[in-house]
Every structure is written in structure tokens, then in C-alpha cells.
Design a binder for this molecule. Structure first.
Ligand SMILES: [Fe+2]
Length: 162
């Protein structure tokens, strides 16, 4: 019989886990909302650059799924549940609503950049706060920030004046 103790739920301090989870949870919620907004944009963009923008929106969605997965699994690794149910995401997301229906590419791109900016506010707050709480959780959100800022650049370059 093994001497390994299997009853410990997590190696983390519960207070640290709870404090880290509150900042990671908002990143999960806003990343899930970015998935929804990104798909809405993917389906409804119109214009001469349709195929490039349509495909780029789907790449942003794919990466956003990764952001929420990484942040959510960090919370679970700390021993806590995550609430990313539909109602919770809708109630707590900080992302703006996209315009309904078909839209020209510049409108959809600007709208999705605004969504990314909202996620970045939550991500940057998490980076700042987690620095005092849990370096491993902070590392997760730093990686998300780096990728989100690249997504933002790729989108914004389509509508930038120069
Ligand atoms: Fe598609």
C-alpha cells in the first residue's frame, strides 16, 4: 500500500487560491465573451477583404478559447471551481456588445478591437494584482496579455491610418 496522501485537494494555500481565483475568473469570463463576440464578427463581416478578415476573426476566437482554458485550469489547479456558466458570463463580462447583423469590415474590426481592449483591462488588472499573490498565476495572465496584444495589432493594422 502506498504512503502517498491523496486526500489533499491542492498544494496551494487556500487564501492564496481564493485571492488568485477572483482575478483569474474575470479573465475567464471576458475571454469566453471574446469567443462569442469573435464568432459573431466572423459570421457577419462583409466587404472586399472578407475572406482574410473572416479567417482572422476565427483565429482570434481559437486563441481566446485557449486564454479562458488556461486561466480556468489554473483556478482548478489551485483547488477551486470556476463559474463560467452562460448566465454568469453574460452578467459579469466587461465586453461591449457588437453591432447586430451584417457589418462592413472596418466596423467589425473596430468592434472586436474594443472587445480585446476590454479583455486587456481585466488581464492587466490580473497581472498587477497577481504579482503580489501568486507568481505562477501571474505567468498565465502575462502569456495571455502577450498574445492578446498581438491579436489586437493584427486587427488594428487593417483600420489604422498609417
Ligand atoms: Fe466559420
Amino acid at each position: 500500500m502506498s504512503d502517498v496522501v491523496t486526500t489533499i485537494k491542492s498544494s496551494s494555500n487556500p487564501d492564496v487560491a481564493a485571492a488568485a481565483a477572483q482575478f483569474l475568473s474575470q479573465v475567464v469570463i471576458d475571454s469566453q465573451a471574446l469567443v462569442i463576440n469573435g464568432k459573431q464578427a466572423h459570421w457577419h463581416v462583409r466587404g472586399a477583404n472578407f475572406i482574410a478578415v473572416h479567417e482572422l476573426f476565427d483565429e482570434v476566437v481559437e486563441r481566446a478559447e485557449g486564454y479562458s482554458d488556461d486561466a480556468a485550469e489554473r483556478v482548478v489547479a489551485l483547488g477551486l471551481p470556476i463559474d463560467a456558466r452562460i448566465g454568469t458570463v453574460a452578467a459579469k463580462t466587461t465586453l461591449p456588445e457588437l453591432p447586430a447583423g451584417f457589418q462592413p469590415a472596418d466596423v467589425m474590426i473596430a468592434s472586436l478591437v474594443a472587445s480585446i481592449d476590454a479583455v486587456l483591462v481585466s488581464v492587466n488588472k490580473a497581472i498587477k494584482e497577481l504579482g503580489e499573490i501568486d507568481a505562477a498565476s501571474q505567468d498565465v495572465v502575462i502569456q495571455i496579455a502577450r498574445s492578446l496584444e498581438k491579436d489586437r495589432w493584427f486587427l488594428f493594422a487593417h483600420v489604422a491610418a498609417v
